[in-house]
Design a protein around this ligand. Structure first.
Ligand SMILES: Cc1cc2nc3c(=O)[nH]c(=O)nc-3n(C[C@H](O)[C@H](O)[C@H](O)COP(=O)(O)OP(=O)(O)OC[C@H]3O[C@@H](n4cnc5c(N)ncnc54)[C@H](O)[C@@H]3O)c2cc1C
Length: 556
């Protein structure tokens, strides 16, 4: 047993392991039952869907991480403390074994009862949710879990898997082949060749060779237990800020909500290092934190979420609408909210894909910043996301070259960001400038650019290029089901002309509601919608407004 990593009770922050007062314990007991359990009995097996949770009345529970040959007590619950972490909300498999250290008196509560408790008792809800989120963050920080990723910092797929696990709040241990020479023993034990890398050892037993996101999800059982047969009130496609807002408002107002997300919750906002212009966060909030809180909030109210499930089509000719997947499966609902956002434009360079994830990035979070600390970096783009990236990276990079095609920033960037860029000696702004080539062996080493006014080219040693040059809407999967503008953004409400409606055979006497597409009961919100202003706040606003129209549709 590794006592070194045990959270001894006195050393645990109170908010992570709060002690319930007797009257609070009595309120939990109203939803559960009291049990006496002998010493050494296992009350929760690891790797099983979350079903039962406990409050210690007397005695002690141990939370144990099992590995092949060792067990590590990662936490102890003393009288008044409760078990559980974020998987309570998701219903996914728990990571730890829980057993009694001594004979104990416990309150046992089922998951459904605990969910209804956190929805109705605001004092306990605060205590439980804060503890669940902090515990998951601690597991992630300490890499405590049952996943081991073996890969290389030069590999695009290693980066993809790391990003996918991080954005799904999944703790994992990472072994970088570039830094450990003795990894071969481990690979031999699982009969893995170097060419199979990256490898994810899932639940410490299943070996996945360069798995797709969907294979990872299947191994971890993320989508288990979600009924895909019954017809829902509302399906939301996309779990960026717009989709998560629709989920929170819809589920909290009693709708039966399913969210379908192609990769991981958070969308583009999840890739933002710091959002400083979102109401209520004067010192800013990272996109990952904002998305994580919204994700937990949506699930607290009972919204369900399918992860790594890409929608490939919508049956637009019959109701209820069905959302179609590539494997032929589908899910149905009376109303659909499309919140699939937009994707960043790519630079027109021949060898771009060779460096994607290997020096070329589309987001500037702590993950990317770690890879280029103390080195020269390039940020391409003149919008707010490019400005934020430049300011953020300037804190750790040697120099930030900011390349903008237009002749200034005033028309495309918020004033506060322009000032920060101008005042930062570490940022060198080049206007009327375009990247003309990328070079390097295994990874990006040099970037060449040209000033379009005087035609002069310049090149510098650069380890990372952040490409932030505008967006293309994720609406192709709809195959023309709804009317879009010339760039593919979905038209809604009054933007739909009489001709649009006639072409789409709009069947109702009333005109489309605000945010309603040319298909009755199908709404578009956030970045994918024509006329949207591409901000987190507007995505959140539209997601929540759409829900009020969904109520009207369901009553029609
Ligand atoms: C680096 C960066 C920094 C930014 N900083 C700020 C900022 O500081 N302030 C601000 O206001 N805005 C900022 N923005 C813009 C803001 O993040 C977006 O406006 C916002 O995220 C849009 O939300 P959305 O929900 O509409 O779409 P998105 O965030 O794009 O989310 C769409 C989701 O849909 C999923 N999806 C796509 N297609 C499918 C499909 N077929 N099936 C299932 N799921 C699908 C995607 O995987 C994604 O999760 C930033 C953007 C970036 C990239």
């Amino acid at each position: 047993m590794d006592q070194g990593s045990t959270y001894l009770p006195g050393s645990i922050p109170d908010e992570m392991f709060p002690v319930l007062r007797p009257e609070q314990q009595a309120r939990v007991l109203l939803h559960g039952r009291q049990r006496r359990v002998l010493a050494g009995e296992t009350v929760v097996e690891p790797n099983k869907p979350a079903a039962k949770f406990f409050v210690v009345i007397s005695g002690q529970l141990e939370l144990v991480q099992l590995s092949e040959s060792t067990e590590n007590v990662v936490a102890i619950c003393l009288p008044g403390m409760f078990t559980g972490e974020l998987h309570v909300l998701t219903g996914r498999r728990g990571l730890l074994l829980i057993r009694t250290a001594v004979e104990s008196e416990l309150i046992e509560i089922d998951r459904d009862a605990l969910l209804s408790l956190v929805q109705t008792d605001s004092e306990l809800s605060d205590l439980y949710l804060r503890a669940f989120i902090l515990r998951r963050l601690e597991l992630i920080a300490k890499g405590i879990g049952d996943l081991v990723l073996i890969g290389s910092s030069h590999s695009l797929d290693t980066f993809r898997i790391k990003e996918f696990l991080t954005r799904n709040y999944q703790p994992y241990e990472y072994i970088d082949l570039e830094h450990y020479s003795d990894v071969q023993d481990l690979l031999d034990r699982f009969s893995v060749a170097q060419s199979d890398l990256p490898v994810l050892i899932c639940r410490r037993t299943v070996v996945l060779r360069n798995p797709s996101n969907e294979e990872i999800v299947n191994c971890l059982g993320f989508n288990e237990g979600i009924d895909q047969v019954h017809v829902r009130d509302m399906i939301i496609v996309g779990a960026g800020p717009a989709g998560l807002a629709a989920a929170v408002y819809g589920a909290s107002e009693g709708l039966d909500v399913l969210v379908v997300e192609g990769t991981a919750p958070g969308g583009q906002a999840g890739a933002s290092s710091k959002i400083e212009n979102y109401l209520g966060f004067p010192t800013g909030i990272s996109g990952q934190d904002l998305a994580g809180n919204a994700y937990a909030q949506a699930q607290k109210f009972g919204a369900q979420m399918l992860i790594a499930r890409d929608a490939k089509g919508l049956s637009c000719d019959r109701k209820p609408y069905s959302l179609l997947f590539a494997d032929g499966e589908s899910v149905s609902a009376r109303a659909v909210v499309i919140a699939t956002g937009a994707q960043y434009r790519k630079l027109p360079l021949n060898n771009l894909s060779r460096f994607e994830g290997n020096g070329v990035y589309y987001a500037a979070t702590h993950l990317e910043a770690q890879l280029c600390g103390g080195e020269n970096v390039v940020v391409v783009g003149g919008g707010n996301s490019a400005g934020q990236a430049a300011v953020f990276l300037a804190r750790t990079a040697k120099r930030v070259y900011m390349l903008v095609r237009s002749d200034g920033l005033a028309r495309t960037m918020s004033r506060y960001l322009i000032r920060r860029i101008e005042e930062n000696p570490n940022i060198e702004l080049h206007t009327s400038t375009e990247v003309i080539s990328l070079s390097g062996d295994d990874r990006l080493e040099r970037v060449e650019w040209r000033n379009n006014k005087d035609g002069k080219a310049d090149s510098h040693e650069v380890s990372a290029l952040f490409s932030m040059t505008g967006a293309i809407p994720n609406s192709k999967w709809l195959n023309g089901c709804v009317v879009c503008d010339g760039q593919g953004f979905i038209k809604t409400g009054t933007a739909l002309t009489a001709e649009d409606l006639e072409r789409a055979s709009w069947p109702l006497r009333r005109l489309p509601y605000l945010l309603e597409t040319s298909l009755p009961g199908v709404f578009a919100v956030g970045d994918v919608r024509g006329g949207n202003v591409k901000r987190v706040a507007s995505a959140v606003g539209e997601g929540s407004i759409a829900v009020s129209f969904v109520h009207q549709i369901l009553g029609e």
